[in-house]
Every structure is written in C-alpha cells, then in structure tokens.
Design a binder for this molecule. Structure first.
Ligand SMILES: C[S@@+](CC[C@H](N)C(=O)[O-])C[C@H]1O[C@@H](n2cnc3c(N)ncnc32)[C@H](O)[C@@H]1O
Length: 267
C-alpha cells in the first residue's frame, strides 16, 4: 500500500468513527438522563422507551453524514425490487421514512413498529402529506391480524439485528409473503468483524448504558437463517464495512408454497 493510500484509508476510518460518534454520543447522553430519571423501570420498558425517545429526532439522525450516503443506495435497491402492484409490509417502519417515500411506487404499504411514538410521527407525516395508500400500526410481526400469504414484499430495513428470536421472525416473514414474494432487508451484521465501533457498542451494552440490545451475528449466519426459512437469496451486498451492513433480497421458494398448499389440503 502506498503512503498516500494508507493516509486516505486512515482518514476514512477517522471520518467514519467521527460520524458514528456524532450519533452514538448524543443518543447515549440522552439515554443516561432517561436512565437516571427512570431508574426503577424494568429493562424491557427501558428498551421501549429508547425507541420512543428516538422518534422525535429519527428523521434528523437520518441526515447524519455517515448515514445519508446509504439513502441513495437504499433507494436504488428499493426501486429495483418494488412494483406498482405490490402490497408491502414495512416491518420496523420507524417514522415511516421508507413507506412514505415509496408509497407512490406501490399499491399499498402497511407499516408496523413496536414503538408507539414512532407510529404517531409516521401517521402525522402521512396525514400532513395526504398520502392515502399507507397506514401505520403499533404492532409486532406476530400480530394475528397480519394474514398469511398476504404481502408481495416484506421490508425489514434496519430491524433483524434488533430482534431476539431472529429465526422465528424470518419464518414468520416467509409465512406472511405470497408465493414468490420478496424479503428485502438491510441488517447490521456486527459479528462480521471486530472494530472500534463494535467494541464500543458491546462495552456500552455490557455496562448497561447503551439502550438498544443489538444482536451480534455474521452475514453468513444471517443468510443461513434466511435460507433455513425457505427463501432463495437473490442478492447479497455489503453496503457498509464499519460496522458491516448487509443488504439481502430473498424470494420465498416454490418449495415452501407447495408444502404449505399440500398441508392446507390435508386439513
Ligand atoms: C433502526 S430503526 C429503522 C426504522 C426504519 N426501518 C428505517 O429504516 O427508517 C428500527 C425500528 O425498529 C423498531 N423495532 C425494534 N424492535 C422491534 C420489534 N421487535 N418489532 C417491531 N419493530 C421493532 C424500532 O422501534 C425502530 O423504529
């Protein structure tokens, strides 16, 4: 490696670390304040509270220089896979940034998120922009009102590294998709490589001051879980390397559909 290339690579790492700090530090400081003021709340409640807290500034955080570049790449990918006739589930929709942006590309989008305040923000934006083919609900992927084989696409953008029961969640996504339906995901694969950022996150989680319980796994572990749920991977792309963020598009296999159909026939 030339001295110039080494300097450029060092500069890139410092810049990425700085952008990550600009996100992590204010979030952590606000959380510490919340921790102090809600010291007696159980851990589960505290995790819910952090997402509610983040809802106020989620759209502003998305403008962080370190994250903004991903928006262009995200939009290209979504344009490639979304179609005008699609009925879409936006799982972990947050403040509805994706659903509202792509509402005019598809037939309808239904956003779900466990954080009530995220949903309030999303609903407010939809009403303000008079977008009628989207709706948002505070819910989980296991909500029984979500019907099997009723979606053409399930978006799981920035969510699979947050769930406890990854395999069950991916199985459920498969169940919700119509035959040949698509899972479109972007996931932080924090187990892929140890960096200053992943070590810092891990430490902050261990000592109990980083609020979000991130799950550490590799890209191939994620791919295995998706394949195991009877998907065929259509595209895998590393979108960022520190920490590793992985885009995966996967199609519900015919095998699943046939199996499901024959088990339905038996009933
Ligand atoms: C990183 S944000 C991503 C938001 C959105 N997908 C986007 O890309 O703008 C993760 C979202 O997942 C939600 N979330 C976390 N755990 C969840 C779960 N188990 N079920 C549904 N939503 C969840 C959080 O409330 C938060 O809004």
């Amino acid at each position: 490696m030339t001295v110039q290339a080494a300097n450029a690579s060092f500069g890139k790492s410092v810049k990425e670390f700085w952008h990550a700090l600009l996100l992590i530090v204010p979030i952590t400081l606000r959380w510490v304040w919340m921790l102090i003021t809600n010291i007696n709340q159980p851990q589960v409640k505290k995790s819910e509270m952090i997402w509610d807290m983040l809802s106020k500034n989620m759209d502003r955080y998305a403008q962080n220089e370190g994250l903004k570049k991903f928006e262009v790449s995200r939009d290209e990918k979504l344009k490639k896979y979304l179609q005008g006739s699609d009925v879409v589930l936006d799982y972990g929709c947050g403040t509805g940034a994706i659903a509202l942006k792509f509402a005019d590309t598809v037939q309808e989008i239904h956003g779900i998120d466990t954080a009530g305040k995220m949903i309030e923000v999303a609903q407010g934006k939809a009403a303000e922009r008079q977008i009628e083919n989207v709706d948002f609900a505070q819910s989980t992927i296991f909500d029984e009102r979500l019907r099997s084989e009723s979606f053409d696409v399930v978006l799981a953008w920035g969510i699979l590294h947050l769930v406890d029961d990854r395999q069950n969640v991916i199985n459920r996504i498969n169940d919700l998709l119509k035959p040949g339906g698509l899972l479109i995901s972007a996931t932080e694969c924090l187990g892929e490589q140890k960096t200053a950022i992943t070590s810092l996150l891990s430490l902050l989680m261990k000592i109990g001051i980083f609020p979000i319980m991130l799950k550490f796994f590799t890209v191939s572990e994620l791919e295995d879980a998706i394949i195991c749920a009877d998907f065929q991977i259509v595209q895998t792309e590393i979108m960022a390397d520190n920490p590793v963020s992985c885009f995966i598009a996967a199609k519900k296999t015919e095998k699943t559909t046939k199996q499901q159909n024959s088990s339905k026939e038996l009933k």
